[in-house]
Design a protein around this ligand. Structure first.
Ligand SMILES: [Fe+2]
Ligand SMILES: [Fe+2]
Length: 360
């Protein structure tokens, strides 16, 4: 009797010990899980911080496009969410997972990071001539004024006329009037939006202007590269400068490829790399065709063009209204540049309204 009581007691004791051990074990597992979750959370926060810092770096290079990266991220994510709700057409079967949406957000935030590899004077160039070149031309025009006035005075002295201060001032004033006309002409040609025929006539006159170089020879006031810059038919950039700006996409890809993307984020570099590709192969840098462009990049292209149009802060263009921007996007879709079906979702789902208060 006593023995069986002892056995029962021992059994009870070991049961209690087991229970205590198990509950300790459960506590430890819970603690470890919380630690791991906190670590994961810390890593995500660290990465978010790094992405934010990268966006700041881009915008510090080109403050005029401030907010562009976050707006493109927001619009592209909004459009991807709308695609997830679509049941018809070629986007009816595409479903982006939460992880893919996150991937799109990072790609959107970093899509223009490569702009840090483009020279600042090219990135923010608003007029055809760089400010220091324009300054040099102005100085030469001023010198030309003096040269003409002095030579006229010299002619008068040779003919025996006496020096008259008033006459000289009058002569200079006349010269200044003509020079001001030339300055106005140069400044008009320097604008990115001038008509080509107006430039052609002006350049014929500007091309012939000369001044006396300090080494004695007659030299052109506007050099070959100034004339070439003023001859730019559209915008403010020469072909070389345009190529340099376009190279930002390749810089972005190189930069993003250095990051060991994990947890389903491996497509971030490829999505960003294709944001300037166009369906008809007219995009850059790889001239991909529609089927070679990731769907995420097709969505990003719409967000990117839309934001560039409505943003009021680019140095080389004025803001376009939202309705007009949507018309331009539709024209680009008709021309085979942007994806018409994705654009329909963008317009019908009013995705463009997500950033309206911040873009204009
Ligand atoms: Fe870009
Ligand atoms: Fe962009």
């Amino acid at each position: 009797m006593e023995a069986s009581l002892n056995r029962a007691l021992n059994h009870y004791k070991s049961l209690r010990e087991n229970e205590a051990y198990q509950s300790r074990l459960e506590e430890m597992v819970l603690e470890r899980t919380q630690e791991i979750l906190k670590l994961k959370d810390d890593i995500e926060k660290l990465f978010d911080g790094f992405v934010k810092a990268s966006v700041l770096a881009i915008e510090a290079r080109d403050p005029s496009t401030s907010g562009h990266s976050s707006r493109v991220a927001e619009l592209t994510v909004g459009l991807a969410d709308a695609v997830n709700r679509t049941t018809t057409g070629s986007y009816g079967t595409i479903r982006f997972s939460d992880q893919q949406i996150k991937e799109i957000r990072y790609a959107g935030l970093l899509h223009d990071f490569g702009k840090v590899g483009v020279r600042e004077q090219v990135l923010v160039k608003a007029k055809k001539l760089a400010p220091e070149r324009l300054e040099r031309i102005m100085q030469r025009l001023y010198q030309r004024d003096m040269e003409i006035a002095v030579s006229l005075m010299e002619g008068a002295w040779k003919e025996g006329h006496p020096y008259e201060s008033g006459k000289f001032q009058h002569l200079l004033q006349e010269r200044r009037g003509d020079t001001q006309r030339l300055v106005d002409l140069i400044q008009r040609c320097n604008e990115p939006r001038i008509l080509p025929q107006e430039i052609r006539e002006a350049l014929e006159e500007l091309d012939e202007l000369q001044f006396e170089h300090w080494e004695g020879q007659a030299s052109r006031i506007l050099e070959g590269e100034d004339i070439a810059a003023l001859r730019i038919a559209k915008g403010s950039l020469s072909d070389e400068e345009r190529d340099e700006i376009n190279s930002h996409v390749t810089h972005t890809w190189r930069f993003l490829s250095q990051i060991p993307w994990t947890g389903g984020l491996s497509q971030v570099p490829d999505i960003a790399y294709a944001h300037h590709e166009r369906l008809n192969g007219r995009g850059y840098p790889r001239r991909l065709l529609a089927e070679e462009i990731p769907p995420q990049s097709k969505l990003m292209a719409i967000a990117d063009v839309y934001d560039a149009l409505v943003a009021a802060d680019r140095p080389y263009k004025v803001a376009v209204t939202v309705p007009r921007s949507l018309e331009i996007l539709e024209d680009e879709a008709k021309a085979g540049l942007l994806d018409a079906e994705a654009l329909k979702i963008f317009i019908e789902g009013q995705i463009y309204t997500l950033t309206i208060p911040r873009a204009q």
